[in-house]
Design a protein around this ligand. Structure first.
Ligand SMILES: *Cc1c(COP(=O)(O)O)cnc(C)c1O
Length: 496
């Protein structure tokens, strides 16, 4: 199975080439030229396998130029017991009523991005071999917090790769900063960049489009690449956990094989919910996909009206990983909803870049609404949801997950839909202890590390070891660079 560009259906490459390139040369995103399909029998068989078995089966249908052995080997290493809990990599916890929470935060950095970023380095190095690329891949990342750490943790000491992360100086929580600056590994580098996240991101983009620099690096044996969520290698691993969630519901006796479920996803860049959409279109029985946003509710408006308009105020919220106005992965969905019409898609994307807005046609909107429901929650509602859920069920969730819980409750109240529902939980509540504590009625007292203990005492849950241990680790990376000098910083590091 090959991958084509959303902006040119005739541009076709192998899975390995798509993973190495990240983005198509025309600026489009790679998408499978056709989707594999799973029968109910095959889904039933998956429920007998462990997580590694399920993921291997699902990914082998998408990454056809990889052998099953190769995939099994990579996947076993990515989700090894020293990284994820051996009993359940992606446990499903029944909540109240018809809802269950799919906990995706038990990986090394306590957010769901570990599912993709623990596996991507293995897929990328295998893809380099398949495509005959000899150079050392240098991954550049600009991060507002979660992606940088997950990428560092995934690529640390992976042969044939180096990784450099830029985070906005003073723009992250101190837990997030320490997660990055204490990173071990011989091939890693972390810089604070002066300015905000956009400045860091623009700095990285400038490096990527600098042809002269690319040639200079190529002479020294380096090739720049990206680990952000437009890379198919980051999206594919996420499809597997929706299959796994269905298997868990089967195994828990909550559904019978073939029964439909709903899936609710707290959404930013539209990667995670798009993975659920792909799972559905490969045969997983899914009724509604429910897209949950915070106050940056550009997607809620799009799904309810058909107009995507990024010309609006940007809010910093208590669910910062969803503070985003351009959801890059929406391009893949639009392409499919337009009936794989690249021309129409290009027109929408051109309007987005010139006017910051576009409106889809009625047929596209109808088909969007037949599959998706949408809603949003502001910080106040998010906080109330964390508190109410904790008092009622004893379940503690983070701010991102709480947005999804609230949007699901509104959806269920409004529609009366009783379908069993999986809510994706994307981060550990301990990662956002500063917002979670007041939500359960505790005034936060000390620094970020004290908050971990306070949340542990208030909830009776242990703080994740990976976060608690940060306190004892020395910060290895303390350089601050001007955003205009990021390229020099990369060059100096590479030639050291
Ligand atoms: C990245 C992230 C999201 C948003 O996921 P998308 O795939 O970008 O929609 C939600 N919650 C958390 C905790 C995240 O880190």
């Amino acid at each position: 199975m090959n991958y084509i560009s959303t902006r040119d259906s005739s541009y076709s490459v192998s899975a390995a080439q798509a993973i190495v390139a990240g983005l198509a040369p025309d600026g489009g995103l790679f998408i499978p030229e056709s989707l594999p399909s799973f029968t109910l029998e095959e889904i039933g068989a998956l429920s007998k396998a462990d997580y590694v078995g399920r993921a291997t089966e699902v990914l082998s249908r998408f990454l056809c130029d990889f052998t099953k052995e190769e995939l099994h080997d990579s996947i076993s290493r990515a989700y090894a017991p020293e990284k994820f809990p051996p009993t359940a990599v992606a446990p499903l916890r029944p909540l109240d009523g018809q809802a269950s929470v799919l906990e995706l935060f038990h990986g090394p950095t306590c957010a769901f991005k570990d599912f993709a970023l623990q596996l991507l380095p293995h897929l990328l190095t295998a893809s380099l071999k398949k495509t005959g690329e000899q150079k050392t891949v240098v991954i550049l990342v600009a991060t507002s917090g979660d992606t940088g750490k997950a990428a560092l943790e995934g690529f640390a000491d992976v042969p044939g790769t180096k990784i450099c992360v830029f985070y906005p100086d003073g723009g992250t929580s101190s837990i997030q900063r320490r997660q990055m600056t204490t990173q071990s590994g011989e091939n890693v580098m972390v810089f604070a960049a002066k300015g905000n996240f956009d400045d860091a991101q623009n700095g990285v983009k400038r490096i990527f489009i600098d042809k002269e620099f690319a040639e200079e690096l190529a002479e020294k044996g380096f090739l720049l690449s990206s680990a952000n969520s437009i890379n198919w290698g980051r999206l594919a691993p996420q499809i597997a956990y929706y299959f796994s969630a269905y298997c868990e519901l089967l195994n828990q006796g909550n559904i019978n094989l073939g029964d439909p479920i709903n899936i609710v996803v707290p959404t930013g860049n539209f990667g995670n919910i798009l993975a659920a959409y792909f799972a559905k279109h490969c045969g997983l029985p899914v009724k509604k996909l429910i897209c949950a946003s915070n106050k940056n509710n550009v997607l809620t408006d799009f799904i309810t009206t058909g107009t995507y308009d990024r010309n609006r105020d940007f809010f910093l919220t208590a669910s910062p990983s969803m503070d985003i106005l351009i959801s890059s992965n929406l391009e893949r969905l639009l392409y499919l909803l337009c009936g794989r019409n690249a021309e129409k898609l290009r027109a929408y994307m051109a309007e987005l870049s010139t006017k910051g807005a576009y409106t889809v046609e009625k047929e596209v909107l109808d088909s969007l609404q037949s599959e998706f429901a949408a809603g949003f929650a502001d910080d106040e509602q998010t906080s109330q949801t964390i508190g109410r859920l904790f008092r009622k069920t004893g379940y503690l969730c983070d701010t991102h997950t709480a947005v999804a819980v609230k949007v699901y409750q509104d959806y269920a109240d409004k529609t009366g839909d009783q379908t069993p529902t999986v809510i994706a939980s994307t981060a550990s509540p301990f990662k956002f202890a500063g917002s979670v504590l007041p939500a359960i009625g505790v005034q936060p007292q000390g620094d970020d590390f004290a908050l971990l203990d306070e949340l542990s005492a208030a909830s009776g849950l242990p703080a994740p070891k990976a976060l608690a241990e940060l306190k004892e680790k020395t910060e290895r990376f303390t350089d601050v660079v001007e955003s205009a000098k990021m390229k020099n910083a990369v060059a100096q590091w590479l030639t050291k």
